[in-house]
Design a protein around this ligand. Structure first.
Ligand code: ZN
Ligand code: ZN
Length: 292
């Protein structure tokens, strides 16, 4: 999804600003007012809560394993169909296509804490959490997308991003509908569609805000990145952000066996099944281990 809007710096805005404002207002308003109001008036069923949990896990891992560790950092390799599955799950999180997300993320690592960092934490919590969506730094820089454009699966997901998003919103509606008709479909859509999207968006945003402001820096003080085990509980292991910034291409963000990092567990399990290989670690003699 692209538009032709162009900034003075030559970087391209992925959406016109008013679209971002409308989408943001719709999601925040629906999640903070519509979802609780629907629950108070009609109540939510066990199906709605199960779908909420199921889709939180599926779409969260789509972002952390698919968008982040696989596409942005190439921390492991896998068959195209596994990659496509991860990118569909990531697309359901409504965080833009893997091409756009990855380009922004690579830029974040390349220019951390500087003006070109899209989530620059030096501008404060709200900017790095979600304020960046409305700033000029929202413009994607094409040079960070160059490598990603070579990947046909990434380009396929980019091309079909809208239908993927719509399928992710339709999925909970149809599950609820099959369970109890139209009202149940709307209820499942509200909780597992709108509410879950809001929850996963904020868990991802916390990596850029909380994990650049609060926590420990046991691995490096070269930038503002921090380790936070608490954030890892909500983000499938991504809270060990200081380690990640220090060893970007390690398939683990929490390197120790006791670190809560379900994303690394999934990648390791895939490797045991022969569905992932070339898992990169900081200790391996891999010249790319600290690069994207
Ligand atoms: Zn970071
Ligand atoms: Zn990263």
């Amino acid at each position: 999804m692209t538009s032709s809007s162009q900034s003075a710096s030559g970087l391209r805005r992925t959406y016109p600003l008013y679209v971002t404002v409308l989408l943001f207002s719709l999601i925040v308003g629906s999640a903070l007012i519509g979802v609780p109001a629907f629950g108070i008036v009609y109540g939510y069923t066990w199906v709605d809560w199960t779908m909420f949990g199921f889709l939180y896990i599926i779409t969260g891992l789509g972002i952390t394993v698919g968008y982040h560790r696989l596409i942005s950092h190439r921390s492991f390799m896998c068959p195209d169909w596994v990659k496509a599955g991860l990118l569909i799950a990531g697309g359901w999180a409504l965080q833009q296509s893997a091409l756009r997300w990855g380009a922004d993320h690579i830029r974040h690592h390349a220019a951390c804490d500087q003006d070109a960092d899209p989530y620059n934490a030096r501008l404060g919590f709200w900017h790095s959490h979600c304020g960046w969506l409305f700033s000029d730094q929202r413009y994607s820089d094409e040079k960070y997308a160059t490598r990603l454009r070579q990947d046909p699966v990434v380009m396929w997901q980019h091309r079909y991003y809208r239908p993927i998003v719509l399928s992710g919103l339709a999925f909970p509606f149809f599950v609820g509908f099959l369970y109890g008709g139209l009202g149940a479909g709307i209820g499942c859509f509200m909780l597992a569609g709108v509410g879950r999207t809001f929850a996963v968006l904020n868990s991802t945003f916390c990596i850029n805000s909380v994990c650049h402001l609060w926590g420990s820096q046991p691995h490096s003080q070269a930038d503002s990145s921090r380790d936070s085990w608490l954030v890892s509980l909500l983000t499938f292991g991504e809270g060990y952000h200081n380690y990640h910034h220090t060893h970007q291409s390690d398939y683990r963000n929490g390197p120790r066996w006791y670190n809560f990092d379900p994303s690394k567990w999934l990648i390791f399990m895939l490797s045991l099944l022969g569905l992932a290989w070339s898992l990169r670690t900081a200790n391996a003699a891999d010249p790319r281990s600290s690069n994207c």
